[in-house]
Structure formats: structure tokens, C-alpha cells
Design a protein around this ligand. Structure first.
Ligand code: APR
Length: 237
């Protein structure tokens, strides 16, 4: 009997949509309301820090809403990690904390986290749940004006790419969930592994990279992710 494959799961904003968090490129997404060039680039932060802080302060506060909780898709992935008899890594593009709150542990936030902050003066980073502005003092170096959301903006290098590349090189199964396949390097992972791993897309509708996946299930994440996880565990455990 074949051995169970190492798994890499990639998630995007679609997995958090049914928890009440907006995606980016859907009709009601974040980039339909504000230009990413104005709030999600280092140039925007240099040009108008107040607008950038305002955008992330609102999203950070939104995470604290009582109605925003992990959904069945987040919980199914935490269960899969716990029960999978081989290596498992969850790489998320999301900056919300719903995977952690669902119980995921082997987790990489390649685009950073809404609930963390970093000082550009001393580079210290830390958990951050409240608002932040240009006058916020860094608790480490005590300087002001250098605090920023610990989010990877367009044009910046995503976090933990070595760890992600290692996991991609070893995986036999790659599952992309709730991502439109528009933003690199994440959108390029499927092409990187498809010659040696089974690739599966779980998404509301076919993504930009749909043709690169060997298998696809389309529908809301809270329905198709638990079903896929149950089927995978039934096949291998
Ligand atoms: N269930 C499953 N998939 C869904 C659902 C749902 N309920 N609702 C939306 N989707 C799908 C959409 O069809 C779309 O393909 O989720 C995807 C969301 O795509 P984007 O809004 O582009 O989000 P994402 O792919 O995560 O964006 C990647 O772009 O803006 C940057 O840094 C930001 O991490 C983000 C990156």
C-alpha cells in the first residue's frame, strides 16, 4: 500500500469569506472599495501613513467582532493537520487569525498578520490588537513614527519562503483553497509542484490557475472543504 503523501495547503481570502471577512477581488471585495496602491504598498505608507493606518486599523478592529469566528473550513483543516499520518503545512495568504483560532499550528502567514506590528526603526515586531498611527511609540526603541502593520505589502518579500519552498519540494499533495490565483509567488506554487504532486483546487469558482490543477471542487468553502477533508482521511487513515 502506498504511503500517505506530505501535504501543503495554501489558503486565501475565500476561506474566511463565510466568517464575515471580505475577500479582495470579489465584487464586494476590499479592492472594490479602496485602491491597493493607496493602502497596501510601501510607497503608500511613505506618502500617506494615516490612510494606510486607517485601512488596517479598521480591518484589525473587524477581527474583534464577536460574529467573526472560524468556520467549518478552518476547523476541517485543523482536524486534517491533527490526524494526517505524514507531514502537513498550512500556508496562508490571509492576515486574519482564524486558522490559529480553529487550532491550526503548522501554519505560515506568508503575507504577515493583522494582529502584529513592526517598528521600521528597530525592526522589533510584536502582537498588536489595538489601533496604530504615525504617533504610536515603539515599545522597544521608544521612537515614534516607525510603527507599521506587520503585513507584507505589494513589492515586499513574503515571509518564510525557504520553509515554504522546502515543503513544496517534499509534498505529494497540494491543495489550494479560496484563492483567485492572481498574486505571486503564491499563485506560482501549483506550477512548481504539479509535475510531482497531485494538485487540487477548492474554490467558489475556477481560479486564474484552474487549468493547472489535476482536480477541482467548486462551491462554498464551508461545504467543499469539510467534504474533501473527510474523503481524504477516509482514504488514508
Ligand atoms: N468559498 C470558497 N471560495 C470563495 C468564497 C467562499 N465562500 N468566496 C469567495 N471565494 C473565492 C473567490 O472566488 C476568489 O477566487 O476566493 C477567492 C478570493 O480571491 P481574492 O479576493 O483575490 O483573495 P486572495 O486570492 O486571497 O488574494 C491574494 O492578494 O490582495 C492581495 O495580499 C492580498 O493575500 C491577498 C492576495
Amino acid at each position: 500500500m502506498a504511503l500517505p503523501p506530505d501535504i501543503v495547503v495554501l489558503t486565501g481570502a475565500g476561506i474566511s469569506r463565510e466568517s464575515g471577512l471580505a475577500t479582495f477581488r470579489d465584487a464586494d471585495g476590499a479592492w472594490a472599495r479602496v485602491r491597493l496602491e493607496d493602502v497596501a504598498t510601501p510607497e503608500a505608507f511613505a506618502r500617506d501613513p494615516a490612510q494606510v493606518h486607517g485601512f488596517y486599523n479598521a480591518r484589525r478592529a473587524g477581527l474583534a467582532e464577536p460574529s467573526v469566528v472560524p468556520n467549518a473550513a478552518h476547523l476541517a483543516l485543523a482536524d486534517l493537520e491533527l490526524r494526517w499520518p505524514a507531514a502537513f503545512l498550512l500556508v496562508t495568504q490571509n492576515v486574519d487569525d482564524l486558522h490559529e483560532r480553529a487550532g491550526s499550528r503548522r501554519l505560515v502567514h506568508m503575507h504577515g498578520e493583522l494582529l502584529r506590528a513592526r517598528c521600521v526603526r528597530c525592526d522589533a515586531d510584536r502582537p498588536w490588537t489595538g489601533p496604530m498611527d504615525a504617533g504610536t511609540q515603539c515599545p522597544a526603541c521608544l521612537l515614534r513614527g516607525g510603527m507599521r502593520p506587520d503585513i507584507v505589502w505589494f513589492g515586499e518579500m513574503p515571509y518564510e519562503m525557504d520553509r515554504i519552498s522546502d515543503a513544496l519540494a517534499r509534498c505529494g499533495l497540494f491543495v489550494a483553497i479560496g484563492t483567485s490565483g492572481n498574486v505571486y509567488p503564491a499563485a506560482g506554487f501549483v506550477a512548481e509542484v504539479r509535475g510531482r504532486a497531485a494538485t487540487v483546487e477548492l474554490n467558489l469558482e475556477p481560479s486564474e490557475g484552474a487549468a493547472l490543477f489535476h482536480e477541482a471542487h467548486h462551491g462554498p468553502a464551508t461545504r467543499i472543504v469539510p467534504a474533501y477533508v473527510a474523503d481524504l482521511l477516509a482514504r488514508w487513515t
